[in-house]
Design a protein around this ligand. Structure first.
Ligand code: FES
Length: 128
């Protein structure tokens, strides 16, 4: 009869494969295209975080300062959640944390959120 430790060690590779495979598969098979160009009226964007689910983007606005982030975690691509009460993005897969303006707080992600290029013209935010 195997000890509990041996059983654990025997199952560990399968557990690790599952932990790594899920976010990779989710990124490859279920991620939406963020390359599409579109625009949003600035009057529809309040200060704070606005999630554009269709394009997997977050818009951060603080007065005149605007940033647009890819909603995919920079670790393995899971879609981040924003927690208003904590003012943080937290990855549901391996719990990387990012500030409201996209800076990495703790890993396993090793870099800040990816910024998306945009321009503002006639009170509209053009993304892409
Ligand atoms: S995908 Fe691993 S922390 Fe986000």
């Amino acid at each position: 009869m195997l000890s509990k430790r041996r059983k654990f060690l025997k199952l560990l590779p399968y557990t690790m494969a599952g932990v790594l495979a899920y976010p990779a598969a989710k990124f490859i098979f279920f991620s939406e295209n963020t390359d599409e160009k579109f625009w949003i009226s600035l009057k529809n964007i309040k200060d704070g975080i606005t999630k554009i689910k269709k394009h997997n983007l977050f818009i951060y606005k603080n007065g005149d300062k605007v940033e647009v982030f890819n909603a995919h975690c920079t670790h393995m691509g899971c879609i981040l959640n924003f927690y208003k009460e904590k003012q943080r993005f937290i990855c549901p897969c391996h719990h990387s944390n990012f500030t409201i303006d996209g800076h990495r707080i703790k890993g396993p992600a090793q870099r800040d959120l990816d910024k998306i290029t945009f321009k503002i013209e006639n009170k509209k935010l053009f993304i892409g």
